[in-house]
Design a protein around this ligand. Structure first.
Ligand code: NAD
Ligand code: SER
Length: 318
């Protein structure tokens, strides 16, 4: 079957890279990018793009039918830091946008597959912190984490009750150089590169020893594509798959950056995001993803740092 793919949130940190990868794989004319805001020029110029609000269920259904959409990647959300500023609005957007998409997939026969990202934020202070298992205690205490945990329950419900082929990954903090991140707790691990190159110093909003799971964007994109292309009968999870990759603290990342920029200095001024980070795991057990669909990240801390510095220098003409 020829797939027609819709990306919701195509202008964001993940969407701006995932859209281009999916256009390579499925053909530019078959990957329909949408967002509330304008995308980077390569997303706009390489295939169809439309401004569309996922909360507008009437326009959403028209879009899906008009373009004969068979798969949706629903990436629009309010991330952890921003969600704590306006909890009820974040809950409303994160939950109702997902329910709009799931309900559509239930009603429209051709629309058979939905990707929706979960997060390490589904874990909470009572979760084992090291090598956090796929199935474990999940008692998040942030509005973002609560919305992701509820979302996992909903996507599994639609899979079991209505046969919608829902797939999901619990992304760790994602590190990329193309589009800057959108208000999360792990954003420091991107900001630090821009500040190191521009000013030679960075004031970090997390404390020096706050270890979190992270992943380079290239690995996240390949994981997403691999999961979505896997045979359905290989998948044992229709909520969210744990995936690991990197695990480091701000001081470990700073030390890696100093190998390339010896003058770089870092100071620490933890803000409200420190309390969020302290409830999340330090590292992730992704053995179920490796077994079910062959998850295998490639980038380690040294290689990720090298590529980030090189690409951001090119971007900033430094
Ligand atoms: P982002 O904030 O960079 O991008 C989200 C995009 O959604 C933005 O371009 C925004 O304009 C768009 N959007 C917001 N409201 C919308 C609406 N009503 N209609 C249409 N578009 C709307 O976020 P991201 O980092 O690309 O994250 C994408 C998804 O992955 C989110 O669900 C997020 O929770 C999840 N995730 C991200 C990370 C990470 O580190 N980036 C980690 C775990 C999970
Ligand atoms: N990187 C994301 C955040 O910090 C995790 O879901 O919100």
């Amino acid at each position: 079957m020829k797939e027609n793919i819709m990306i919701i949130g195509a202008s964001g940190q993940i969407g701006s890279e995932l859209t281009l990868r999916l256009r390579e794989l499925y053909g530019a004319g078959h990957v329909f990018a949408t967002d509330l805001k304008e995308p980077p020029s390569d997303v706009r110029e390489s295939g169809p793009f439309e401004i569309l609000d996922v909360m507008d269920d009437k326009r959403l259904i028209h879009f899906v039918i008009r373009n004969k959409i068979t798969q949706i990647y629903h990436l629009a959300a309010v991330l952890s830091g921003n969600a704590e500023k306006l909890p009820m609005q974040a809950w409303h957007i994160n939950m109702n946008s997902l329910l709009n998409v799931l309900d559509l997939a239930k009603e429209v026969e051709e629309l058979h597959k939905v990707f929706w990202p979960s997060s390490i934020a589904i874990f909470g202070p009572t979760t084992p912190k090291k090598n956090t298992p796929q199935l474990t205690i999940t008692e998040p205490n942030t509005v973002y984490g609560i919305s992701k945990l509820a979302g996992e329950r909903w996507i599994e419900y639609f899979y079991k009750r209505y046969g919608v082929d829902t797939r999901s990954i619990r992304y760790p903090g994602l590190i990329s150089y193309k589009t800057e991140p959108g208000g999360g707790t792990t954003d420091y691990a991107v900001e630090i590169f821009y500040q190191a190159i521009k000013h030679g110093r960075y004031e970090c909003f997390l404390d020096h020893d706050t270890t979190l799971p992270m992943l380079f964007m290239a690995d996240a994109i390949e994981a997403t594509v691999r999961l979505m292309e896997s045979e359905a009968d290989k998948l044992s999870i229709h909520a969210g798959y744990n995936i690991g990759g990197l695990s480091f603290s701000p001081e470990e990342l700073a030390a890696e950056i100093k190998k390339h920029l010896p003058e770089f200095t870092i100071t620490y001024k933890p803000d409200f995001r420190q309390a969020i980070a302290e409830t999340w795991p330090e590292s992730i057990d992704d053995s179920v993803a490796r077994r079910d669909w062959g998850y295998q990240p490639r980038y380690d801390l040294a290689e990720m740092t090298r590529v980030m510095l090189q690409k951001i220098k090119e971007k900033l003409n430094k």
